[in-house]
Design a protein around this ligand. Structure first.
Ligand SMILES: [Mg+2]
Length: 424
Protein backbone atom coordinates (compact mmCIF):
# COMPACT_ATOMS: atom_id res chain seq x y z
CA UNK A 1 0.00 0.00 0.00
CA UNK A 2 1.03 3.57 -0.69
CA UNK A 3 0.10 6.68 1.21
CA UNK A 4 0.31 10.12 -0.29
CA UNK A 5 0.42 12.87 2.28
CA UNK A 6 -0.64 16.20 0.85
CA UNK A 7 -0.64 19.50 2.73
CA UNK A 8 -3.97 21.28 2.36
CA UNK A 9 -3.71 24.63 0.54
CA UNK A 10 -0.09 24.62 1.55
CA UNK A 11 1.03 28.23 1.03
CA UNK A 12 -2.17 29.62 2.53
CA UNK A 13 -1.83 27.23 5.47
CA UNK A 14 1.76 28.39 6.09
CA UNK A 15 0.55 31.98 6.34
CA UNK A 16 -2.17 30.94 8.76
CA UNK A 17 0.26 29.26 11.15
CA UNK A 18 1.65 32.67 12.08
CA UNK A 19 -1.63 34.56 11.64
CA UNK A 20 -4.18 32.40 13.42
CA UNK A 21 -6.78 35.16 13.20
CA UNK A 22 -6.92 34.40 9.48
CA UNK A 23 -8.25 30.91 10.12
CA UNK A 24 -11.57 31.56 8.41
CA UNK A 25 -10.52 34.47 6.22
CA UNK A 26 -10.01 33.85 2.51
CA UNK A 27 -6.31 34.06 1.58
CA UNK A 28 -4.47 34.36 -1.72
CA UNK A 29 -0.75 34.21 -2.39
CA UNK A 30 0.87 36.15 -5.22
CA UNK A 31 3.70 35.05 -7.47
CA UNK A 32 7.12 36.74 -7.57
CA UNK A 33 6.79 40.49 -7.91
CA UNK A 34 3.12 40.18 -6.96
CA UNK A 35 2.17 39.37 -10.55
CA UNK A 36 -0.61 36.82 -10.28
CA UNK A 37 -2.45 34.58 -7.87
CA UNK A 38 -0.65 31.28 -7.38
CA UNK A 39 -2.35 29.85 -4.30
CA UNK A 40 -5.72 30.15 -2.63
CA UNK A 41 -7.34 29.01 0.58
CA UNK A 42 -10.61 27.07 0.30
CA UNK A 43 -12.59 30.21 1.12
CA UNK A 44 -10.87 32.09 -1.71
CA UNK A 45 -11.53 29.20 -4.09
CA UNK A 46 -15.24 29.28 -3.31
CA UNK A 47 -15.34 33.01 -4.04
CA UNK A 48 -14.52 32.04 -7.61
CA UNK A 49 -11.04 33.55 -7.61
CA UNK A 50 -9.10 31.81 -10.35
CA UNK A 51 -5.64 30.31 -10.13
CA UNK A 52 -3.16 32.30 -12.17
CA UNK A 53 -5.31 35.38 -12.60
CA UNK A 54 -3.36 38.67 -12.65
CA UNK A 55 -3.43 40.47 -9.32
CA UNK A 56 -4.45 43.84 -10.74
CA UNK A 57 -7.51 42.29 -12.39
CA UNK A 58 -8.62 40.54 -9.23
CA UNK A 59 -7.94 43.48 -6.92
CA UNK A 60 -11.54 44.69 -6.75
CA UNK A 61 -13.09 41.35 -5.95
CA UNK A 62 -10.35 40.66 -3.38
CA UNK A 63 -11.07 43.94 -1.62
CA UNK A 64 -14.81 43.43 -1.78
CA UNK A 65 -14.59 40.15 0.08
CA UNK A 66 -11.88 41.13 2.51
CA UNK A 67 -9.41 38.59 1.14
CA UNK A 68 -6.02 38.61 2.85
CA UNK A 69 -3.28 39.00 0.22
CA UNK A 70 0.30 37.80 0.66
CA UNK A 71 3.39 38.04 -1.49
CA UNK A 72 5.03 34.63 -1.76
CA UNK A 73 7.42 33.88 1.07
CA UNK A 74 9.43 30.92 -0.15
CA UNK A 75 11.77 30.90 2.81
CA UNK A 76 8.79 30.35 5.06
CA UNK A 77 7.16 27.72 2.84
CA UNK A 78 10.43 25.88 2.42
CA UNK A 79 10.99 25.71 6.13
CA UNK A 80 7.43 24.64 6.91
CA UNK A 81 7.81 21.95 4.26
CA UNK A 82 11.00 20.76 5.97
CA UNK A 83 9.11 20.40 9.26
CA UNK A 84 6.30 18.38 7.71
CA UNK A 85 8.71 16.18 5.72
CA UNK A 86 10.80 15.52 8.79
CA UNK A 87 7.76 14.18 10.65
CA UNK A 88 6.83 11.97 7.69
CA UNK A 89 10.36 10.64 7.50
CA UNK A 90 10.24 9.77 11.20
CA UNK A 91 6.96 7.93 10.68
CA UNK A 92 8.23 5.79 7.81
CA UNK A 93 11.97 6.33 7.15
CA UNK A 94 12.44 3.75 4.42
CA UNK A 95 9.22 4.20 2.56
CA UNK A 96 9.43 8.00 2.60
CA UNK A 97 9.85 9.86 -0.69
CA UNK A 98 9.23 13.55 -0.93
CA UNK A 99 7.39 14.21 -4.16
CA UNK A 100 6.85 17.97 -4.21
CA UNK A 101 7.10 20.91 -1.88
CA UNK A 102 3.93 19.84 -0.08
CA UNK A 103 3.48 16.16 -0.91
CA UNK A 104 5.27 12.95 -0.02
CA UNK A 105 4.69 9.28 -0.66
CA UNK A 106 5.04 6.66 2.02
CA UNK A 107 5.50 3.09 0.89
CA UNK A 108 3.72 1.25 3.67
CA UNK A 109 4.90 -2.23 2.70
CA UNK A 110 5.73 -4.24 5.79
CA UNK A 111 3.93 -1.85 8.13
CA UNK A 112 0.84 -3.99 8.60
CA UNK A 113 -2.58 -4.63 7.11
CA UNK A 114 -4.80 -1.73 5.99
CA UNK A 115 -6.78 -2.09 9.22
CA UNK A 116 -3.56 -1.80 11.22
CA UNK A 117 -2.60 1.32 9.31
CA UNK A 118 -5.82 3.25 9.40
CA UNK A 119 -5.74 4.62 12.95
CA UNK A 120 -2.00 5.38 12.98
CA UNK A 121 -2.43 7.37 9.77
CA UNK A 122 -5.35 9.36 11.18
CA UNK A 123 -3.13 10.02 14.19
CA UNK A 124 -0.23 11.00 11.89
CA UNK A 125 -2.41 13.63 10.21
CA UNK A 126 -3.39 14.98 13.64
CA UNK A 127 0.22 14.97 14.86
CA UNK A 128 1.43 16.88 11.84
CA UNK A 129 -1.22 19.52 12.25
CA UNK A 130 -0.46 19.82 15.93
CA UNK A 131 3.30 19.77 15.46
CA UNK A 132 3.59 22.14 12.51
CA UNK A 133 0.23 23.90 12.23
CA UNK A 134 -0.20 22.59 8.69
CA UNK A 135 -3.31 20.49 7.98
CA UNK A 136 -2.66 17.47 5.75
CA UNK A 137 -4.74 14.84 4.01
CA UNK A 138 -3.56 11.27 3.61
CA UNK A 139 -4.76 9.03 0.81
CA UNK A 140 -3.98 5.31 1.03
CA UNK A 141 -4.40 2.73 -1.74
CA UNK A 142 -2.57 -0.10 -3.52
CA UNK A 143 -1.33 2.21 -6.31
CA UNK A 144 -0.09 5.80 -6.35
CA UNK A 145 -2.79 6.96 -8.75
CA UNK A 146 -5.51 5.49 -6.51
CA UNK A 147 -3.83 6.96 -3.42
CA UNK A 148 -3.98 10.42 -4.99
CA UNK A 149 -7.63 9.84 -5.72
CA UNK A 150 -8.22 8.78 -2.12
CA UNK A 151 -6.56 11.97 -0.88
CA UNK A 152 -8.97 14.03 -2.98
CA UNK A 153 -11.92 12.29 -1.31
CA UNK A 154 -10.23 12.82 2.03
CA UNK A 155 -10.02 16.55 1.40
CA UNK A 156 -13.64 16.84 0.41
CA UNK A 157 -15.22 14.98 3.30
CA UNK A 158 -14.44 15.85 6.89
CA UNK A 159 -15.69 12.44 8.04
CA UNK A 160 -12.45 10.80 6.95
CA UNK A 161 -10.54 12.72 9.64
CA UNK A 162 -7.72 13.47 7.26
CA UNK A 163 -7.16 9.91 6.03
CA UNK A 164 -9.09 8.19 3.26
CA UNK A 165 -8.30 4.63 2.34
CA UNK A 166 -9.17 2.64 -0.77
CA UNK A 167 -8.38 -0.83 0.48
CA UNK A 168 -11.15 -3.06 -0.82
CA UNK A 169 -12.47 -3.86 -4.27
CA UNK A 170 -15.82 -2.42 -3.28
CA UNK A 171 -14.30 0.90 -2.23
CA UNK A 172 -12.18 1.01 -5.37
CA UNK A 173 -15.20 0.61 -7.62
CA UNK A 174 -17.23 3.15 -5.71
CA UNK A 175 -14.41 5.70 -5.74
CA UNK A 176 -13.87 5.28 -9.49
CA UNK A 177 -17.58 5.72 -10.17
CA UNK A 178 -17.66 9.01 -8.26
CA UNK A 179 -14.47 10.41 -9.77
CA UNK A 180 -14.46 12.60 -12.93
CA UNK A 181 -12.03 11.10 -15.42
CA UNK A 182 -10.26 14.42 -16.12
CA UNK A 183 -9.31 14.70 -12.44
CA UNK A 184 -7.35 11.45 -12.57
CA UNK A 185 -3.62 11.97 -12.17
CA UNK A 186 -1.97 11.68 -15.56
CA UNK A 187 -5.15 12.10 -17.60
CA UNK A 188 -6.02 15.76 -17.19
CA UNK A 189 -7.87 18.23 -19.32
CA UNK A 190 -5.95 17.40 -22.48
CA UNK A 191 -7.80 14.13 -22.85
CA UNK A 192 -11.16 15.27 -21.55
CA UNK A 193 -12.83 16.08 -24.88
CA UNK A 194 -11.53 12.92 -26.51
CA UNK A 195 -12.79 10.73 -23.68
CA UNK A 196 -16.11 12.52 -23.51
CA UNK A 197 -16.60 11.81 -27.19
CA UNK A 198 -16.54 8.11 -26.35
CA UNK A 199 -18.95 8.60 -23.46
CA UNK A 200 -16.30 8.29 -20.76
CA UNK A 201 -17.13 10.58 -17.87
CA UNK A 202 -15.83 8.88 -14.77
CA UNK A 203 -12.65 7.01 -13.91
CA UNK A 204 -14.82 3.90 -13.74
CA UNK A 205 -15.99 4.30 -17.37
CA UNK A 206 -12.34 4.56 -18.35
CA UNK A 207 -11.35 1.35 -16.59
CA UNK A 208 -14.17 -0.50 -18.32
CA UNK A 209 -12.50 0.01 -21.72
CA UNK A 210 -10.24 -2.72 -23.03
CA UNK A 211 -6.48 -2.60 -22.77
CA UNK A 212 -6.12 -2.46 -26.55
CA UNK A 213 -8.59 0.39 -26.83
CA UNK A 214 -6.80 2.48 -24.22
CA UNK A 215 -3.41 1.80 -25.76
CA UNK A 216 -4.65 2.91 -29.15
CA UNK A 217 -6.22 6.11 -27.92
CA UNK A 218 -3.80 7.17 -25.19
CA UNK A 219 -0.66 5.14 -25.82
CA UNK A 220 1.55 3.70 -23.11
CA UNK A 221 1.23 6.47 -20.48
CA UNK A 222 -2.57 6.28 -20.65
CA UNK A 223 -2.43 2.53 -20.44
CA UNK A 224 -0.35 2.65 -17.28
CA UNK A 225 -2.81 5.03 -15.67
CA UNK A 226 -5.57 2.60 -16.68
CA UNK A 227 -3.66 -0.24 -14.99
CA UNK A 228 -3.05 1.78 -11.84
CA UNK A 229 -6.76 2.55 -11.60
CA UNK A 230 -7.43 -1.18 -11.84
CA UNK A 231 -5.12 -1.73 -8.90
CA UNK A 232 -1.89 -2.69 -10.68
CA UNK A 233 1.06 -0.78 -9.29
CA UNK A 234 3.16 0.24 -12.31
CA UNK A 235 4.14 3.94 -12.19
CA UNK A 236 7.34 5.16 -10.54
CA UNK A 237 7.23 8.29 -8.42
CA UNK A 238 9.75 9.87 -10.80
CA UNK A 239 7.33 9.49 -13.68
CA UNK A 240 4.30 11.07 -12.07
CA UNK A 241 3.24 14.45 -13.39
CA UNK A 242 4.85 17.44 -11.72
CA UNK A 243 3.45 20.90 -11.73
CA UNK A 244 4.67 22.78 -8.74
CA UNK A 245 8.15 21.38 -8.46
CA UNK A 246 10.67 19.07 -10.10
CA UNK A 247 12.35 16.48 -7.98
CA UNK A 248 15.25 14.15 -8.64
CA UNK A 249 16.16 11.75 -5.86
CA UNK A 250 17.69 8.29 -5.65
CA UNK A 251 18.62 5.60 -3.16
CA UNK A 252 22.24 4.55 -2.99
CA UNK A 253 23.59 1.04 -3.15
CA UNK A 254 24.86 -0.97 -0.23
CA UNK A 255 25.12 0.72 3.11
CA UNK A 256 25.04 4.20 1.61
CA UNK A 257 27.52 7.03 1.27
CA UNK A 258 29.52 8.55 4.08
CA UNK A 259 31.89 10.82 2.16
CA UNK A 260 30.94 14.37 1.33
CA UNK A 261 32.64 14.13 -2.08
CA UNK A 262 30.42 11.21 -3.09
CA UNK A 263 27.16 12.74 -1.92
CA UNK A 264 28.24 16.01 -3.51
CA UNK A 265 28.72 14.34 -6.86
CA UNK A 266 25.32 12.70 -6.60
CA UNK A 267 23.63 15.96 -5.62
CA UNK A 268 25.35 17.76 -8.51
CA UNK A 269 23.97 15.19 -10.92
CA UNK A 270 20.48 15.37 -9.43
CA UNK A 271 20.59 19.15 -9.76
CA UNK A 272 21.72 18.80 -13.38
CA UNK A 273 18.79 16.50 -14.07
CA UNK A 274 16.36 19.05 -12.59
CA UNK A 275 17.92 21.70 -14.82
CA UNK A 276 17.44 19.53 -17.88
CA UNK A 277 13.75 19.10 -17.06
CA UNK A 278 13.33 22.81 -16.39
CA UNK A 279 14.95 23.71 -19.70
CA UNK A 280 12.96 21.13 -21.63
CA UNK A 281 9.71 22.70 -20.47
CA UNK A 282 11.03 26.27 -20.82
CA UNK A 283 10.73 27.11 -17.16
CA UNK A 284 12.90 28.58 -14.42
CA UNK A 285 12.91 28.02 -10.68
CA UNK A 286 13.59 30.39 -7.83
CA UNK A 287 13.78 27.99 -4.93
CA UNK A 288 15.78 24.86 -4.41
CA UNK A 289 15.87 22.16 -1.75
CA UNK A 290 18.62 19.64 -1.09
CA UNK A 291 18.18 16.71 1.25
CA UNK A 292 19.85 13.46 2.29
CA UNK A 293 18.90 10.88 4.84
CA UNK A 294 20.07 7.67 6.43
CA UNK A 295 18.27 4.33 6.57
CA UNK A 296 16.40 2.98 9.57
CA UNK A 297 17.37 -0.60 8.82
CA UNK A 298 20.82 0.15 10.16
CA UNK A 299 19.79 0.60 13.75
CA UNK A 300 23.46 0.18 14.67
CA UNK A 301 24.28 3.44 12.88
CA UNK A 302 23.20 6.90 13.99
CA UNK A 303 20.50 8.49 11.86
CA UNK A 304 20.62 11.84 10.15
CA UNK A 305 18.28 13.88 8.01
CA UNK A 306 19.79 16.83 6.15
CA UNK A 307 17.53 19.38 4.56
CA UNK A 308 18.24 22.83 3.26
CA UNK A 309 16.18 25.32 1.28
CA UNK A 310 17.68 28.10 -0.77
CA UNK A 311 15.78 30.87 -2.47
CA UNK A 312 17.38 32.39 -5.55
CA UNK A 313 17.20 36.08 -6.23
CA UNK A 314 16.37 35.75 -9.90
CA UNK A 315 14.46 32.80 -11.42
CA UNK A 316 16.96 30.64 -13.29
CA UNK A 317 17.45 27.45 -15.24
CA UNK A 318 21.19 27.84 -15.56
CA UNK A 319 23.14 24.62 -15.08
CA UNK A 320 26.16 26.10 -13.42
CA UNK A 321 24.20 28.30 -11.06
CA UNK A 322 21.77 25.60 -9.93
CA UNK A 323 24.41 22.91 -9.55
CA UNK A 324 26.69 25.15 -7.51
CA UNK A 325 23.80 26.36 -5.34
CA UNK A 326 22.80 22.76 -4.61
CA UNK A 327 26.36 21.73 -3.76
CA UNK A 328 26.85 24.74 -1.49
CA UNK A 329 23.60 23.94 0.32
CA UNK A 330 24.77 20.38 0.91
CA UNK A 331 28.16 21.52 2.19
CA UNK A 332 26.50 23.96 4.58
CA UNK A 333 24.47 21.16 6.15
CA UNK A 334 27.16 18.48 6.13
CA UNK A 335 27.65 17.24 9.69
CA UNK A 336 30.90 16.71 11.55
CA UNK A 337 30.03 13.16 12.46
CA UNK A 338 30.07 10.33 9.99
CA UNK A 339 26.72 9.03 8.79
CA UNK A 340 25.78 6.64 6.02
CA UNK A 341 23.35 8.38 3.71
CA UNK A 342 21.04 6.01 1.92
CA UNK A 343 19.15 8.53 -0.14
CA UNK A 344 19.56 12.07 -1.41
CA UNK A 345 17.73 14.40 -3.72
CA UNK A 346 17.32 17.85 -5.18
CA UNK A 347 14.03 19.60 -5.72
CA UNK A 348 13.57 22.82 -7.64
CA UNK A 349 10.37 24.74 -7.09
CA UNK A 350 8.66 28.10 -7.37
CA UNK A 351 8.63 27.41 -11.09
CA UNK A 352 7.73 30.03 -13.68
CA UNK A 353 7.99 30.33 -17.45
CA UNK A 354 11.41 31.38 -18.71
CA UNK A 355 10.11 34.20 -20.88
CA UNK A 356 8.64 36.34 -18.12
CA UNK A 357 11.53 36.94 -15.77
CA UNK A 358 12.03 40.05 -13.79
CA UNK A 359 15.73 40.58 -13.16
CA UNK A 360 17.22 42.02 -10.01
CA UNK A 361 18.80 45.45 -10.07
CA UNK A 362 22.05 44.35 -8.48
CA UNK A 363 22.22 40.93 -10.04
CA UNK A 364 25.92 40.02 -10.13
CA UNK A 365 25.45 37.57 -13.02
CA UNK A 366 25.51 38.60 -16.67
CA UNK A 367 22.30 36.82 -17.67
CA UNK A 368 22.58 37.29 -21.41
CA UNK A 369 26.09 35.86 -21.56
CA UNK A 370 25.01 32.99 -19.38
CA UNK A 371 21.97 32.29 -21.57
CA UNK A 372 24.16 32.10 -24.68
CA UNK A 373 26.48 29.63 -22.98
CA UNK A 374 23.57 27.54 -21.72
CA UNK A 375 22.09 27.41 -25.21
CA UNK A 376 25.38 26.14 -26.62
CA UNK A 377 25.59 23.48 -23.89
CA UNK A 378 22.02 22.36 -24.61
CA UNK A 379 22.86 22.00 -28.27
CA UNK A 380 25.98 19.91 -27.61
CA UNK A 381 24.15 17.70 -25.12
CA UNK A 382 21.22 17.26 -27.45
CA UNK A 383 23.50 15.95 -30.17
CA UNK A 384 25.85 13.93 -28.00
CA UNK A 385 23.79 12.73 -25.06
CA UNK A 386 22.92 14.06 -21.63
CA UNK A 387 25.75 15.37 -19.52
CA UNK A 388 28.29 15.41 -22.36
CA UNK A 389 29.12 18.91 -21.19
CA UNK A 390 28.85 18.98 -17.43
CA UNK A 391 29.87 20.95 -14.41
CA UNK A 392 33.10 19.53 -12.97
CA UNK A 393 31.54 18.62 -9.63
CA UNK A 394 29.21 16.20 -11.41
CA UNK A 395 32.32 14.06 -11.77
CA UNK A 396 32.83 10.66 -13.35
CA UNK A 397 33.55 8.45 -10.36
CA UNK A 398 29.97 7.54 -9.71
CA UNK A 399 30.63 6.04 -6.30
CA UNK A 400 27.12 7.16 -5.62
CA UNK A 401 25.80 4.97 -8.30
CA UNK A 402 22.24 4.06 -7.99
CA UNK A 403 20.42 0.92 -7.26
CA UNK A 404 20.09 -0.17 -10.85
CA UNK A 405 21.75 -3.53 -10.90
CA UNK A 406 19.06 -4.82 -13.19
CA UNK A 407 19.26 -2.10 -15.76
CA UNK A 408 19.59 -3.09 -19.41
CA UNK A 409 22.21 -1.53 -21.64
CA UNK A 410 21.91 1.84 -23.30
CA UNK A 411 21.38 0.17 -26.65
CA UNK A 412 20.48 3.26 -28.56
CA UNK A 413 22.39 6.10 -26.96
CA UNK A 414 25.81 4.77 -25.98
CA UNK A 415 28.20 3.58 -28.67
CA UNK A 416 29.96 1.26 -26.20
CA UNK A 417 26.75 -0.49 -25.31
CA UNK A 418 25.16 -1.21 -28.67
CA UNK A 419 24.22 -4.76 -29.53
CA UNK A 420 27.00 -6.81 -31.09
CA UNK A 421 25.60 -8.89 -33.89
CA UNK A 422 28.80 -10.90 -34.24
CA UNK A 423 31.49 -11.29 -31.64
CA UNK A 424 35.06 -11.46 -32.80
MG1 LIG B 1 -1.31 20.31 -1.46
Amino acid sequence: MYAIVDCNNFYASCERVFNPNLRNTPIVILSNNDGCIIARSNEAKSLGIDMGSPFYQAKDILEQHGVAVFSSNYNLYGDMSRRVMRMLYDFCPDGFTQYSIDEAFLNLAGMGTPEDLHLPCIQLAKDIEQGTGIPVTIGIAPTKTLAKMASKFGKKHKGYQGCCMIDTEEKRQKALQLFPVEDVWGIGWRHKAKLEYYGIKTAWDFTQKSEAWVRKLMHVPGLRTWKELRGIDCIDIEELPHKKSIMTSRSFQGEGLSQLADVEEAVANFAASCVRKLREQHTCCSALTVFAHTSRFRTDLPSSYLYRNVTLQVPTNDLQEIVSTAVKALRAEWPNHQYYYKKAGVMVWDICRDDAIQTALFDPIDRSKQAALAKAIDEINRKNGHNMVRVAVQGYRKNWHLKNEYISRQFTTNINQIIKVKTD
